[in-house]
Design a protein around this ligand. Structure first.
Ligand SMILES: [Zn+2]
Length: 242
């Protein structure tokens, strides 16, 4: 034997519950968007590091080039020394002259190498200063990013606490709703974006905004059972009936 339900009373409870569930849905939606917000803050901060990364790459490349030049220079300096030491063992004046020219050539090449190394060192100084400046700028950017991130994280906590409060309020209403009615309501709520119960206004469903026939409106008025929208399947009610 099915107990007779007071449909009007049930709908009144559902209206209160829907009010809460609608708010919960909106808060959850807002909360779900926040990790994306943090990710995009993170991404924009990472992008700001690009200039520093390129400076550091250039700095590494210069260090490699300088090392190469320095090795070259020291081996060629050794070479000049060796030639110098051989100078006095030479037999002919011609050999001596040739060797002198070789030594002079080697020395000239080495002074070009020295110039190159000095130029690299100058460039390294410029980059070093730029790196220092860029690091200070990024430090500020990181502070800003972490502050923004913290705010978003605090917002998550706020939203969670509001959701918990509303969920607790909802739980106080649920026991006064018939189990089968609640099951129908909950199923629609989950399927249709947190909106299971809607008003009919001017013969229009306020969930999907499609017309409701006078016959359906009459059925709702009878308050004998739950009536759902033929288009969106949400539970319908008339405000003036409650
Ligand atoms: Zn509808």
């Amino acid at each position: 034997m099915a107990e007779t339900l007071n449909i009007k009373e049930q709908i009144k409870q559902l209206v209160s519950l829907q009010d809460i569930d609608g708010k919960i849905y909106a808060l959850k939606t807002a909360k779900d968007e926040l990790p994306q917000e943090i990710a995009s803050l993170q991404k924009s901060f990472e992008e700001k590091k690009a200039h520093l990364n390129s400076l550091e790459d250039r700095s590494k490349a210069l260090a490699v080039r300088r090392k190469e030049k320095e090795l070259e220079l020291s081996s060629q300096e050794e070479n000049v020394k060796k030639l110098n030491s051989q100078l006095f063992s030479l037999k002919t004046n011609k050999e001596y002259q040739t060797m002198l020219e070789q030594i002079a050539g080697g020395k000239a090449d080495n002074s070009v190498r020295e110039e190159e190394i000095l130029k690299i060192m100058d460039e390294q100084d410029v980059i070093k200063a730029e790196v220092t400046k860029e690091k200070a700028r990024l430090n500020e950017e990181e502070k800003k990013f972490l502050e923004q991130k913290k705010k978003v994280e605090e917002r998550v906590i706020e939203l969670e606490s509001a959701i918990n409060d509303l969920t607790a309020k909802g739980k106080q209403i649920i026991p006064s709703i018939d189990k089968r009615i609640y099951a129908v309501y909950e199923r629609i709520l989950k399927a249709l974006h947190g909106l299971a119960l809607v008003k009919v206004e001017n013969y229009t469903c306020q969930g999907c905004f499609i017309s409701v026939t006078p016959q359906v409106v009459n059925e709702i008025k009878m308050l004998e059972r739950l009536v759902t929208c033929e288009s969106c399947a949400r539970i319908l009610y008339l405000e003036e009936d409650l």
